[in-house]
Structures are given as C-alpha cells and as structure tokens.
Design a protein around this ligand. Structure first.
Ligand code: HEM
Length: 394
C-alpha cells in the first residue's frame, strides 16, 4: 500500500487521508513494522502510534504516561472529568461514582431498557428501509442515558447536536458554543437535583454520593454528567451498528445467533473485539521517556493507543479479521484497560444484549439495503462508527 509509505530510514509515516475508511489495513501494516511507530495523522499531527496487543495494554497502564488534560489542549470546565485525570485525582473521583455503575445496580435497569427497546421496535415496520442508527441504535442509548441523568426528553435533540459538534471536530467556535450551552444546562440541572431530597434514581445517587465524608463538587458533577452524556450518545450506538453490519455481512454467524439467541450476551465481547466503537483511546502523552516493546518514546510526545488494532493482533487472537460469535474474545481491550477501564461497561453490555435480542427476534429477514462498499465511516479517530446503516426490515 503506497498510502503509508515512505516508512524506511526513519522517515515518519504519513497515514492516508482516508485512514478512517479502512483503519484495519493501516493497522496491519503498522503492526508488522513495529510495536510503536512515529507517524503523522491525516491532519498532520505527529504522534506515536501503538498497534500491538501487548504494547497497547502496556501503554494503558505504564507509569510515565499521563492523561491530565489541563494546560495541554483546549481547556474548558467540561474536560475536567475522570477520563482526563491521573491519580490521585482520578482515584478519588472514580471511587465516588462507581456504585451506581456496578453490574448489580445496572441489572435493575433491565426491565426499563427492555421497555424502551420494545417501544422503538414497535415503531418499525416490515418492508421499510430505515437507517438503523437514526431509527434504533441512537435513540435507545440516548433515551436510557437521558433518563438516568433525569434530563427531560425534550432536550434530547439539543444534546445530540452539542455532542456531535464536540466530537466531530467542528470549528473551534462551534465547539466552544456547544460546550458553553451544555455547561450552562448541566449546572442548572445539578443544582436542582442537589437542592432536592435524595431519591432512588441513578442521578440522585450520584449527586448525593459520599465516601468517607467526601462528596463531588458541583463542577465535578457537571463534568461527570457531561462525560456520561457523551459516552451514552456515541458508543453503544456504534456497537449496535457495527455488530449488525458484521452480522449482515456474515450470514452464517447471524444464523447461529438466530438459532441460539442465548449466545447473544457472550457474543457482545466478540463484537467489541472485532469492531468496537472506540478506535484510538483518549488523549495520552508521555511525561518521561517510556519504553514500549523495545522502542523508547521520548518525554512530551503524544501517544495514539489503538484499541481497534490491538483487538485484531494475530499474536493474541486467532484469525482476527473473522467474526466468530462463538469464540471467547476474553481479554479484548474494547472497553480499555487499567484504571480508566470503561465505567459504563455493564450498562453498554445490557443495552447491546437487549437491543440485538429484540431486533433479531422481531425481524427474521433483516437485510442490508446498501452495497457494503458505499457505507461511509465517521471522520473520527476516536469513534469507529458509520454515518448511516440502511437496512430493509422484514
Ligand atoms: C459499547 C459501549 C462503550 C464502549 C466501547 C466504551 C469504551 C470505553 C473506553 C475504551 C474507555 C477508556 C478510554 C481510555 O482509557 O482512553 C471508556 C471509559 C469510560 N466510559 Fe465507556 N464505553 C462504552 C459505553 C459507555 C457508557 C454507556 C458509559 C456511561 C453511560 C460509559 C462511561 C465511561 C466512563 C465514565 C469512562 C471513564 C472511566 C475512567 O476514566 O476512569 N461508557 N469507555
């Protein structure tokens, strides 16, 4: 492939402009060239790109690598959340917010998630061609997260718009305006919930969470709510979309899940492995020289840690490009690894399980309504997801 050359003689590799349309091919090349490669991203940013499974895991836990955002890139109040923090700040906040996210707590939401899913499915009709993302995969997690945070559904579209502007690399002005609107809304919301008596809702539990006399401040809650909203808008949707696409392209695998729907919960891990919704993990940089797989990355460098690439490392997963819904994909890094491992994993797994189970049961002859080559992936190195997924319902 010419797009990633020149690579020899220490020349920095330039990733192709259409990298997001076919990242796997690029990752395969980088992985064979070395565990960590100095590359230029399509927009010119120079980074160190990590693609092999072992080094990806090491990069997610190694000392000398920081996630602290303050002072590094665009700074705003909403960015001061746990994703962009190091210990001890991260440890303190994560401890305070963990309880409502445990598998046990989240399982209590199953009936409501099933109800929301059933309502969405009831609105879909045999014979129609729909965009599965717009009409199903987006409204499900968005409704769930808005309900969890106690945000009235009338604000759902507004939030989606803001979230899109923040993640889709809109202009600086757009991003700032979206940040300001969101921050303003969430501040008012947190103050209202804080002023009210505690109840047994998820967000009330978060707002009133206390650990050894410690509590989240209003600013910390606003950032946390913001993070949950963005995570709730941008991740599960693409797990559903990417999984349905993979199944429609692999009818034998689809048939296995139709015949044995009890395999769906466990198959979630294989979908996260094969085409999880996060490609490159969030912002990381070296504070000291760090050795990864024999390569020394100097201090002060940006690291691109590709979860997508690690999950297709042939040294770790046999025949990694093949969807096999019966394989044990245990150990995949689709939810990250180490102290920043996805807090919402139990919720995402629950939503995915319910969504796929109901979708396959209601539409036994679901088909793709577009040529696979015409599908367009979103222009983001963080999110691995399609712009739209046209399917025919039947
Ligand atoms: C399939 C869906 C999801 C995937 C694949 C996913 C993936 C991830 C990954 C890879 C990270 C670590 C990022 C890094 O280390 O750079 C992460 C962190 C996080 N996720 Fe998720 N996520 C999903 C859904 C959710 C949902 C539904 C929520 C909450 C509503 C959520 C909340 C969080 C939070 C709060 C963190 C930060 C944890 C920390 O920094 O300690 N995620 N997620």
């Amino acid at each position: 492939m010419t797009a990633t050359s020149p690579t020899a003689g220490g020349v920095i590799t330039q990733l192709p402009d259409d990298y997001v349309q076919n990242p796997h091919e690029v990752h395969d090349l980088l992985r064979t060239e070395g565990p960590v490669r100095e590359v230029r991203m399509p927009r010119g940013l120079k980074v160190w790109f990590v693609t092999r499974y072992d080094e990806v895991k090491a990069a997610l836990t190694a000392p000398g690598i920081s996630k602290k955002l303050v002072g590094r890139v665009r700074h705003d109040a909403l960015a001061e959340h746990i994703v962009f923090m190091d210990p001890p700040h991260h440890t303190r906040l994560r401890k305070l917010v963990t309880k409502p996210f445990t598998t046990r707590q989240v399982e209590k939401m199953r009936p409501r998630v099933e109800e929301i899913t059933a309502e969405l499915i009831a609105g879909l009709h045999d014979g129609d061609v729909i965009d599965l993302l717009e009409d199903f995969a987006i409204p499900l997690p968005v409704t769930v997260i808005c309900e969890l945070l106690g945000i009235p559904l009338v604000h759902r579209d507004e939030f989606r718009e803001w979230s899109n502007q923040l993640l889709n690399f809109g202009t600086e002005e757009q991003a700032q305006a979206a940040t300001a609107s969101m921050a303003d809304f969430l501040h008012r919301h947190v103050r209202n919930v804080r002023a009210a008596a505690p109840d047994d809702t998820f967000f009330s539990a978060l707002v009133h969470a206390a650990e050894s006399g410690d509590q989240l401040t209003t600013d910390e809650l606003v950032s946390m709510a913001f993070l949950l909203l963005v995570a709730g808008h941008e991740t599960t949707v693409n797990l559903i979309g990417n999984a349905v696409l993979a199944l429609l392209r692999n009818p034998d695998q689809l048939q296995i899940l139709r015949d044995r729907p009890e395999l769906i919960p466990a198959s979630t891990e294989e979908f996260l492995r094969l085409e999880g919704p996060i490609n490159i993990a969030s912002f990381r940089y070296t504070t000291d020289p760090v050795e990864l797989g024999g390569v020394t990355v100097p201090a002060g460098e940006l690291l691109m840690v590709s979860l997508l690439a690690a999950n297709r490392d042939p040294e770790r997963f046999e025949d990694p490009d093949r969807l096999d819904v019966t394989r044990s994909a245990h150990g995949h890094v689709g939810f990250g690894h180490g102290i920043h491992f996805c807090l919402g994993a139990p919720l995402a797994r629950l939503e995915f399980d319910v969504a796929l189970t109901q979708l396959l049961a209601r539409f036994p002859n679901l088909t793709l309504a577009a040529e696979p080559e015409t599908l367009v992936w979103r222009d983001s190195t963080l999110i691995r997801g399609l712009h739209s997924l046209p399917v025919r319902l039947s």
